[in-house]
Design a protein. Structure first.
Lengths: 422, 422
């Protein structure tokens, strides 16, 4: 089953908007067993869409279009599809009632162009969009089993229609076999080293009916195991069995085995489950650790806050770091980062505290302490420790890598403490 | 002058990588006067690239290809282009010397596949890539003035080759007229309201030879004025004149008139220029304000740090907020946010302090203080003030909007102070 994605909009060609829809759709379709063979991005010009549809339907069974469904004059996808499929626009009373309700419930005035959004091609199946006023449309190409789907370009509206309407219909219509997958998040080992570590297990994986994908992100690798089977339970059994083997071999690097969970989310979940709290004392990461934690709903259950100690006086005043230690060792040192972690622990009353102090760059480095030299420390119920990290020249990457390394270490420290006391 | 962008790589179709290159290239080409008419994303399969090239060259004068130039077996773009343009691969000694130096200077071993990267089609012009080992290639289609350019898919390598090699060659080769543009960043007013505010000025803009683009981002609008002329000084004069008029009308909302500068960068630049410092006391923004500031190189010149006071005890212990005030008014209140700002000012010794306290959501709201209720306060050389903001239900957007509103206000406060004392 091959598919093409067509995204419509001048703003995509002019670089005013980055197309994130296609990647999201590509992943979801791949997991359903449908391979995207081409993505085409077009202007709002009707002739361009007609030509792209002709070309796509030469060889693809499925065409998914996003964009061009808004109420303004530059949105012409619906009109093009009405003509292309010889399906005149007729008013859909149910959709009109939904749109009317959408506006009245928000207290917004309804314009004639919004009423027109209830005009839909008469042969299409309407794919309801509860989050907006532009409906999804499902067309079957006459005399074939090819399908053309049109959705709005607003990402959360498109995602809702894909998950609730399109994917279930595709699975039913094309009798796609059951696919089952699990992903785990690893941290602290590169993709090629990870693959080498499990080489002997990996080599037989295909014969055991499971495929593996390494999805690298900066500093992390997400590993996905998937299986296809006519019988759902069999696919599940195969994947779960191999996942157990993988975890036995790579447990030290796994920071989450919850589908799609980030490291920060795993940290918040684990601390909350254990009814433990933590604080931060951030120098070179400058608030990035706190910000990634507090972006997560419910993080206040385990995160108490902390200090961004960007200058030495703040380290002294707020964290109780000794001026003598700063004088003797400098801010980027084992002694200072430990005092920062202990200070944060003491002043906030949290169970654990994570501290960072280093040279993020690009300036501020010296011969003895070059850019990328970063100390991290954890103080907590099992004492205080510090580690020295060496990264490169890129400021943003140094901050992000320090955050990930620190959060992964904090997660391990909590687990060590729990297994020691249990 | 019409162009097509072709991006190559299975990872783009599978959704493992979001294509950010095309939007960046689309914007740069538009500014140079070249319109991208289509973006096509393909697999690593050679036949797909050949078919896409044939189609693109039917109607486009310029085709830009990214991806498929790495040293591994799935990278086949160079081989396809060699065959397509009947240009055998020959070793380029200069490139080989550069690649050899690239590896030796980093202490990495050089593999045979890296030596092969010095094999290049004999008729192409090499576009040097100082940041990597895959070179850019510039082909002229025989018997036409059409151009095909191939670049690596790594964003910073592609960007370097575009800026240093491709754009200057395109301008020279196609005698593109001079374009000049300036952008300003506005904050606190929506796109349509901004356009309405300057309606009478805007209506005559085209006749005065200047075009305007509104580039909206969450909470902000970037406004770009541009002009095209055979004479560069004339284009500059026209744009600068209109920009002055725009600034007179919209000065209150302009947070930066430096090309491409973000609000956080404008804040750091202005505080540094004025030799002033600031601190933060973040409750609902949870470190996001500090993190956006410290992501900027050199921010330590004006940013001293601060406190993430996620729980009340941290507000009391680290910021000196009175337990009585918390008891009487609650954490999300004018009194508490002012005490937070004053506490941060006092304890860090900065010239200004910005504080936030609110309900970011999705949980934690009540009938009296619903999700999206957020207090911000600034304490500093001109006293202490607080403002109440009302946002929606989305946690991430609430945090981001509060950050922007707070930073824009802090920038205004500093300017007010400076104009009062000067």
């Amino acid at each position: 089953m091959l598919a093409e994605i067509i995204t419509v909009g001048d703003e995509l060609l002019l670089g005013q908007t980055i197309d994130t829809n296609s990647a999201w759709m590509g992943e979801k379709l791949a997991l359903a067993g449908i391979a995207v063979e081409r993505i085409t991005t077009l202007s709002d010009e009707p002739a361009a869409l007609v030509a792209a549809l002709d070309l796509a339907l030469e060889s693809r069974g499925l065409v998914l279009i996003t964009g061009g469904l808004g109420p303004t004059v530059d949105d012409r996808t619906k009109q093009v599809l009405s003509t292309y499929f010889k399906a005149p626009l007729v008013q859909n009373d149910e959709v009109l009632a939904d749109i009317t309700h959408w506006f009245s419930s928000r207290g917004f005035p309804m314009l004639p162009s919004n009423v027109d959004q209830a005009l839909l091609p008469d042969t299409c199946e309407v794919l309801p969009n509860p989050q907006g006023t532009a409906q999804g449309m499902w067309f079957t190409v006459e005399g074939t089993d090819q399908v053309v789907v049109s959705m709005p370009g607003v990402p959360y509206e498109m995602k809702g229609i894909m998950v609730d309407e399109v994917i279930p219909r595709l699975v039913a219509r094309f009798s796609l076999p059951t696919r089952y997958h699990r992903t785990v998040l690893t941290q602290g080992i590169g993709e090629s080293f990870l693959s080498q570590h499990v080489a002997s297990w990996e080599v037989g994986l295909v014969n055991r009916g499971v495929s593996i994908a390494y999805l690298p992100a900066p500093g992390q690798v997400r590993v996905r195991l998937s299986a296809v089977s006519e019988i759902r339970d069999e696919a599940i059994l195969r994947v779960e069995q191999e996942l157990s083997d993988f975890k036995l071999q790579c447990g030290d690097w796994i920071v989450s085995d919850v589908e799609g969970e980030s490291l920060a989310e795993a940290l918040v979940r684990t601390f909350t489950d254990e009814r433990m709290t933590f604080a931060v004392a951030e120098s070179c990461t400058g608030g990035a650790i706190a910000a990634s934690i507090t972006a997560i709903p419910g993080s206040s259950a385990c995160f108490v806050g902390g200090v961004v100690s960007y200058v030495n006086q703040v380290k002294i005043n707020l964290l109780g770091v000794s001026p003598d230690t700063l004088e003797a060792h400098g801010a980027v040192s084992e002694s200072v980062v430990k005092e920062m972690a202990e200070g944060a622990l003491h002043t906030t009353g949290a169970d654990f505290a994570l501290a960072t102090s280093g040279i993020a760059g690009p300036g501020g480095g010296s011969e003895h302490i070059p850019v990328g030299t970063i100390w991290i420390s954890i103080a907590g119920l099992n004492g205080v420790e510090a580690r020295l990290l060496h990264f490169g020249q890129n400021r943003i990457r140094n901050i992000e890598k320090t955050r990930l390394e620190g959060q992964a270490w904090l997660l391990r420290k909590l687990k060590e403490y729990k297994s020691a006391v249990d």
